[in-house]
Design a protein around this ligand. Structure first.
Ligand code: C5P
Length: 242
């Protein structure tokens, strides 16, 4: 079943905690991204841990393998369900992340968090590829980087929902996909270029959907999240095949 992850993209710990409280009744995970990790990391991580809220730590690590492994060890803790790294950091770096997650979890006696690799950011469109000097388009690069992530032992990739069908076809259903760039019909795209609706992402077979602004900036975050969960479950039960 596809899970919803709400991005706690807010500038203060107070606002993040308020969002966690508002969403507590719902079956969602929360995403601790760069804004929270640089601004108020310990406070929000312990807050969620104490309340048994499952977390995706969107650390987007990209450094030499030893440094990434060491950072992963600092982030592993109970209730951290997913941590991510950039696939462009390379095979050895991704392996170091997977190994560190396993080692630290064994020391703590907990289930290791999944390590996911970011393929191509959903804010990068085809036109940005030329500018970066990269060959091919976002789709084919995402597939190539996903193969590297799978070889490194990652549980799955962060990708656009547009790539989910191909990824599942190539790597099988057990290779997980986590998709940002989700916009309910009628909501603003902001800086996201490759967007889909919650229903389209579920129909494509995404395992996790990440939603930030459409929930965080809504007048009622609880109602906005509940509406997205409803759209997801209607799509799931309609049995649309991939
Ligand atoms: O507000 P919005 O729904 O666009 O938020 C998406 C969240 O997912 C942001 O926190 C962003 O950092 C994150 N993300 C992304 N694209 C990726 C990986 C993570 O948008 N490839």
């Amino acid at each position: 079943m596809t899970q919803l992850i709400v991005a706690l993209d807010v500038p203060s710990a107070e606002e993040a905690e308020q969002l966690v409280e508002q969403l507590r009744e719902l079956d969602v995970l929360v995403k601790i991204g760069l804004e929270a990790l640089y601004g108020y990391p310990e406070r929000i991580l312990s807050y969620c841990e104490a309340r048994d809220v499952r977390m995706f730590v969107d650390a987007k690590l990209h450094d030499i393998p030893r440094t990434v492994g060491a950072a992963i060890k600092q982030l592993v803790r109970p209730n951290v369900h997913v941590i991510n790294v950039h696939a462009l950091g390379g095979l050895e770096m991704m392996r170091a992340a997977v190994d560190a997650s396993g080692e630290r979890s064994a020391e703590l006696g907990i289930t290791p968090p999944h390590i996911f690799a970011v393929t191509i950011l959903t804010s990068i469109g085809a036109e940005d590829f030329n500018e970066l000097g990269l060959q091919g388009g976002p789709g084919e690069n995402a597939i190539r980087l996903a193969a590297l992530a799978r070889d490194a032992g990652c549980s799955g990739v962060v990708c656009s929902a547009h790539e989910v069908r191909d990824l599942k076809r190539f790597f099988g259903d057990d290779f997980l996909t986590l998709t940002p760039g989700i916009r309910p019909t009628g909501s603003a795209h902001g800086d996201q270029k490759r967007v889909t609706t919650p229903a389209q992402a579920v129909a494509a077979g995404a395992d996790y959907l990440v939603v930030g602004r459409p929930i965080v900036e809504a007048p009622d975050a609880f109602a906005a999240a509940r509406a997205i969960l409803e759209e997801m479950s209607v799509e799931a039960s309609s049995g649309t095949t991939r």
